[in-house]
Design a protein around this ligand. Sequence first.
Ligand code: ZN
Length: 171
Amino acid sequence: MKGPSGPATARPLEAAVLRALADVEDPELPITVTEMGLVHAVSVDKDAVRVELLPTFSGCPALEVIRERVRGRLAAIPGVRVVDVVFVFEPAWTADRMTDAGRARLRAHGVSVSGARLAEPAVCPHCGSTNTVLENPFGPTLCRAIYYCRDCRNPVERFKPPSDDPLVRGR
Ligand SMILES: [Zn+2]
């Protein structure tokens, strides 16, 4: 290909991969892997794509589903023949990696995205109160805990930060 080339035209396959990743939704929450900040690195070598994802919580059963969804979506891109999707643990995923759009979607779904550690209070996504109590450390999945808001009396889901993950802690 000749002519003027910006980043988008110089690496059309890479751009297609990034667009495709923005389509892949988490199996349990209304958020994409891109909004969640799971995508650490993307590399394209001819027709082979390698994607590095950061796990939110190493024991999370959704991770394998996410990996398969990413693999399937990228394999559907014309010109892609080999797809390699791996989880890497450095840097550790934190809620800071989420996009504003992703946070807004989770809040609308009743999921608190505040706080880096479970010791910090959960902020109620419904009313903004920090008057929340841990009700059940084992939410609908291993990755989430259930809180209760004493002000608006709604249940609040919260991600368990990886720093509180016994499988990661101490590594
Ligand atoms: Zn509330």
